[in-house]
Structures are given as C-alpha cells and as structure tokens.
Design a protein around this ligand. Structure first.
Ligand code: IPD
Ligand code: CA
Ligand code: CA
Length: 292
C-alpha cells in the first residue's frame, strides 16, 4: 500500500459504547483532515510562510470540531485552546486541543495530534486522540478501557525506575520552570533509568504511558486541553495521573505526572523535589542548573 495523505478512518472497537463516542470520533476525524491539509501545504511551501499555517490550522480545526459537536449537542459546552472558553463547571463539557504539538507541526515533524475529551459533571467519560499524519487512533471510554489498533492498552508492569523509559515535556517557559524540569530529569537519570524521551505532544505522551512504553511521564505545566483525553487513556490502561505533588488533577492549568501506578511513588519523590504549590522549588543558591 502506498503512502496516503488522507487521514485513515478509525476502526472503533465494537465493544466501546457511549452516547458521545461517535461524535467525538467524527469531530476528531474532521479536525484531523484540516490539520493534515495545512501540514502538507506547509511541507510544500517550506518557507517562513508555512509558520503562519500553524495558527490557521489550529483555529480552523477547532472551528470545525466545535461545529460537529454542536450539530449533535447544541446545549453542550466547549473548552478549546483557541476559541472556546466555556466554564469547566458545565454539566456537559468537551475539551479540545485542535493541534497538540504545534512546535512539531511548525517544524514539519509529523508527530502531533487532535485531542478531544468529553466530561460529564467534571468526570472524564470519553477520550479520542489521533495523529493526522500516521492515522494512529487512540480511544478510551470510562470503565470500558483504552484501545489502540484494535486492542486494549495496558500500562507496563515495571516496578523499578531503573528499568524504565521516562517521557517528559517542557512548557514554553525558559526560566525557573525549565530549570526545575532539568533538575528533575537529572535526578531521574541518577536512578539509572533507561532513557528520557521528549516527543513534544502531551496527549500522545500520555498515550505512551497507557501503552506501557513510558513507565512514567511528567510535565510541570499543562492545560486541560493537553491532558483531557490522555489522562483518561492512562487511567483506563491501568495507570494513574496526579499533579507533580501527588494531588488530584484539576480541570485547570496544572502540573502532571502519569505512570503505570507502581512507579508513581518513586517518580513523585523526584517531581515534588522541584515543585511545590504549583511553583518551582529550586535549591538554595538560585535557579541554575549545575552538574553537582
Ligand atoms: C504543547 C505540547 C507539548 C507540551 C506543552 C504543550 P501545544 O501543546 O503538548 O508537548 O510540552 O506543554 O503546551 O501548544 O502544542 O498545543
Ligand atoms: Ca497542547
Ligand atoms: Ca494546541
């Protein structure tokens, strides 16, 4: 089979059943088609101009996703990164990142996603994530599991950090949050982990935990659209997600630590070393990354 620029249709597991699932899948498909279209135009342009396509792709995809949701559920609320800011208190809330992994998109790295989560009274019920270029689809429904390529996703059973691959992310910050992240990474390396990966798309990073590839993943700042669907994917794969201080994740800007559960205490010990009350906590002497 040759390479196709078409987003491949999802193969939704027949055992999954939820009133909002079909719309979530259709909205993700429509959004993914738009994002893919802009991506290939950018690849063809290959100039500074292609960077303008990033914002156009985000906005255009979110518009289309919202249209699809509203066509079926006109009363529902939407929280989207670009244009929708309904209250997180809403009874029915859709949380949308139309393009997660903007930096990859802008640099023509084909690793980004459309991420859609549906929440009922503050509880995640459905999550759909798709990479528009590889047509990798991730599905999860509360109490019905997380699914990838027709099979249940299951977190790794590894008990030791020293045998694990760690996923990380950096927020756009170039100051103390970045320093705190680097310190934590250093401490993970001191546990003799197998390695660190930074792929640049939080929703897909969370899926790597659910698939058992990363033992744990952390990031000191995310927004609800980054984790709305991926958090449910991790939980439905048998893992857990908390803030980097071990608290329950709010539907708000927050730090995030995901793991296969077994590694959570050890990972938490490191992430909370540099993070307290949702702020960086750096060693006395200042916010400088040193080799000590
Ligand atoms: C970003 C990506 C990235 C993460 C950042 C997010 P965006 O989302 O998920 O991996 O490290 O914290 O903001 O801006 O590309 O939608
Ligand atoms: Ca994002
Ligand atoms: Ca985004």
């Amino acid at each position: 089979m040759g390479f196709s620029k078409e987003v491949q249709l999802p193969d939704v597991p027949s055992s999954l059943n939820h009133p909002q699932l079909d719309v979530a899948v259709d909205a993700a498909l429509q959004g993914a088609r738009i994002v893919a279209d802009y991506f290939y135009r950018g690849v063809e342009i290959r100039s500074k101009e292609s960077f303008n396509l990033v914002t156009d792709a985000d906005v255009h995809a979110e518009q289309r996703i919202a249209e699809v949701i509203r066509a079926s559920f006109p009363e529902h609320s939407i929280l989207g990164e670009e244009q929708h800011s309904d209250s997180v208190e809403a009874e029915h809330l859709w949380i949308v990142d139309p393009l997660d992994g903007t930096n990859n998109f802008a640099h023509q790295i084909p690793h980004f996603a459309v991420s859609i989560g549906y929440y009922h009274r503050g509880v995640a019920k459905v999550g759909v994530i798709v990479n528009p270029i590889t047509s990798d689809w991730f599905f999860c429904v509360r109490d019905q599991g997380a699914w990838y390529r027709g099979e249940r996703a299951i977190v790794s059973s590894e008990m030791r950090l020293e045998k694990s691959m760690i996923g990380i992310g950096f927020y756009y910050d170039r100051g103390v949050m970045m320093e705190a992240t680097l310190m934590a990474i250093r401490d993970f390396f001191r546990e003799n982990i197998h390695g660190v990966r930074r792929f640049g798309t939080a929703s897909l990073d969370l899926c790597q935990v659910g698939l058992g590839r990363y033992g744990t993943y952390f990031e000191y700042q995310l927004h609800p659209w980054d984790f709305a669907a991926g958090k449910l994917f991790v939980e439905e794969s048998g893992g857990m997600v908390s803030t980097c201080e071990g608290l329950e994740i709010p539907i708000a800007r927050t730090s995030c630590l995901a793991s296969n559960k077994h590694l959570h205490p050890a990972a938490l010990e490191i992430t909370r070393r540099y993070w307290v009350n949702e702020s960086p906590r750096l060693p006395a002497g200042g916010a400088h990354f040193t080799q000590s």
